[in-house]
Design a protein. Structure first.
Length: 435
């Protein structure tokens, strides 16, 4: 790490550090704020930047760090304006009355103009983040569609136990209730999973029939998949060990490994997978666990950086699906994804299975509020789904957060289980269309 600059820091100074991917902690830090760090190796792989050491005490950002002196002086932006091949790690450490900034690669440093233009209708944003967002978005060709999808998603009610019958039941209930839903998105559970993304799970039922029913209702059909991750024990991994790169964490009862997105056979495999989904009529994709495409490891193209390999895989999906398909990134490297996806999850999951009692707290609140500036600049932000059924103990607190957040309007309940209050919250979400 090389010292880049030192910024005078008053008692109210604070530092914004952009996390590596959707689930990485992202927030403003003050001098005495605890620094978010993983407790276990798998958490480093899945919530921070794989292969990149974390400083014990310094605040660490990936490609973007802002120092606000806290005394009314303009903030300093330290950032990359090109995330196509690599993203520098940037650290800030308090040293007396100064903040010392280090980086491990070339960055651009400027003093933000307090008059940076806000996005119309968005919550007030820090001018330094607005300044960076405007400059980076222009350079990266950000996709910022004016329309914001309204989505019903299966995940937080059915998890991996979803069936085609569940989708049909809720689609009909949405129509009876007159809910203004644009997209019906089938989340994890429709396929056999890690590496077998187009092998249907017999328990789910017919994906083609479910997609056809959604499309017949006049809505867009969406599906979830994690195309860059495979389980180490999956059939694909066993048959094609040369397709794999480095470790990518643990989920679905298996160690995860990233796919080598520069390997010609992997790319042909992805073309087959996504051509099949496109021909089925799917035109909305939630692409999850995307960080796996950028993990360190040996690749077929030895000159490709992890970031360049990742972008090549995501660009391939965009090419196969076409510009009209709506791509939502999740668990995705933030800056390298700009220009390739339409929307981005900017927080971890609201809760995992078993968290309906509220025991996991409002897990996504910190990062989604800190990243609100990205909406309308880098993409449409996704604050994650409203959960409005009475069984979710934190529905009022979570509804307050989601309704105030800009971006995609999604909810994830069985319609039949919504009480009057739940239906009221859902209608508010769908009608208000936050900017």
């Amino acid at each position: 790490m090389t010292v880049v600059d030192e910024v005078a820091a008053g008692a109210d100074a604070r530092v914004y550090a952009e996390g590596w991917q959707s689930w990485s902690p992202t927030t403003w830090y003050r001098r005495d704020s605890p620094v978010h760090r993983p407790d276990h190796a798998w958490q480093h792989l899945m919530r921070f930047r794989p292969g990149t050491p974390l400083a014990d005490h310094a605040v660490q950002g990936e490609g973007l760090l802002v120092v606000d002196p806290g005394d009314g002086a303009p903030a300093h932006v330290f950032a990359t304006l090109d995330a196509s091949t690599d993203v520098p790690t940037i650290r800030a450490e308090w040293a007396g009355d100064r903040v010392v900034v280090h980086a491990d690669g070339p960055i651009t440093h400027w003093v933000a103009d307090a008059a940076s233009a806000p996005v119309a209708g968005a919550a007030a944003q820090h001018p330094a983040l607005a300044s960076f967002g405007d400059r980076f978005a222009s350079a990266a060709g950000a996709r910022t569609a004016a329309s914001v999808p309204r989505v019903w998603c299966t995940w937080y009610r059915y998890f991996e136990e979803v069936t085609a019958a569940d989708v049909g039941e809720n689609l009909r209930a949405i129509e009876r209730a007159g809910l203004d839903v644009d997209v019906v998105q089938i989340d994890d559970g429709w396929s056999l999973g890690t590496g077998e993304w187009t092998a249907p799970d017999p328990r789910f039922g017919s994906l083609p029939d479910a997609v056809a029913e959604i499309r017949a209702s006049g809505r867009r059909a969406g599906v979830w998949l994690a195309p860059f991750s495979v389980g180490s024990r999956s059939d694909l991994a066993q048959r094609h060990p040369d397709w794999l790169t480095g470790p990518a964490g643990y989920n679905w009862g298996d160690d995860l490994v990233g796919l080598d997105l520069t390997h010609p056979s992997v790319r042909a495999h992805l073309v087959e997978v996504f051509t099949g989904l496109r021909e089925l009529g799917v035109d909305y994709l939630k692409l999850d666990f995307l960080y796996s495409g950028a993990v360190p490891g040996e690749r077929h193209d030895r000159d490709a950086t992890p970031v360049a390999a990742y972008r090549s895989g995501l660009a391939l999906i965009r090419d196969v699906m076409g510009d009209d398909t709506y791509l939502l990134g999740c668990g995705a490297p933030i800056l390298p994804s700009v220009g390739l996806v339409d929307a981005m999850r900017v927080s971890p999951d609201t809760f995992h299975e078993g968290g309906e009692d509220g025991s996991q707290g409002l897990r996504g609140r910190m990062s989604l509020e800190a990243r609100a500036w990205q909406h309308g600049r880098l993409w449409t932000t996704d604050p994650d789904c409203l959960v409005a059924r009475p069984q979710f103990a934190l529905r009022e607190e979570w509804a307050e957060v989601v309704l105030a957040a800009p971006g995609l309007r999604g909810f994830s309940d069985r319609i039949a289980e919504l009480d009057a209050r739940g239906m009221e919250l859902v209608r508010r979400l769908l009608e208000e269309r936050a900017a």
